[in-house]
Design a protein around this ligand. Sequence first.
Ligand code: ATP
Length: 214
Amino acid sequence: MRLGLFGGTFNPIHLGHLRAGIEVREAFNLDKLLFIPSAHPPHKTADQVANAEDRLEMVRLAIQGEPSLEVSDVELARPGPSYTIETLQYFQDRFGSESDIYFIVGQDAFSEITTWKSYKALFGTAHFIVMTRPRSNLRSLEDFIHTQISEGYQYDPTSNRYNHPEWCTIFCLNITHLDVSASQIRELIRQGRPIRFLVPGKVEDFILKKGLYR
Ligand code: ATP
């Protein structure tokens, strides 16, 4: 099985995340793509973040009826900060023997990975898919990988990936990066302006009904 794990705060999930997920699923022929909302994101302050159950529910509503997209509550079940290393180990322990596991991350989040707990160990635990934009700077990505992760990564231009003799592979994929962010959506709500067509209709209804982000 080919399993994709897409972690994030999803505060709220929006069409940028969903389109990216669909494109990664297609490109990597994933059998399943799991959105994994972070219960207690270590890098965000609590007052910016809707409660984890509501963010999980919004993901559930957003992917309803979409084959092979699912949501996981694994980080909600763990107390304390939601560290990706623990999540990857969890999936590796349970599914690693019969699955190829890919962790999906945008280039912006990837460029901050040195602040994540045990970040080098991540690359011994799962393959990475770094979502890049068509004109993003691949040279600086390569420098970053060599200086911050390991000099042992070798770029293979034909498959647009970095191979390592011992560690997992870092794949790059150009995706359609819709210029939408959760912070923009929260700001629009605060200003009383519409968020229609930035999030799925059911997510919009849920936000309005629950009065989130006001
Ligand atoms: P915020 O604006 O609150 O920082 P965000 O919209 O960036 O939030 P996150 O939940 O922090 O959303 O992001 C989760 C993952 O989705 C990250 O890997 C990020 O790079 C990626 N991502 C965020 N926005 C987009 C987008 N518009 N298109 C593709 N990927 C995205």
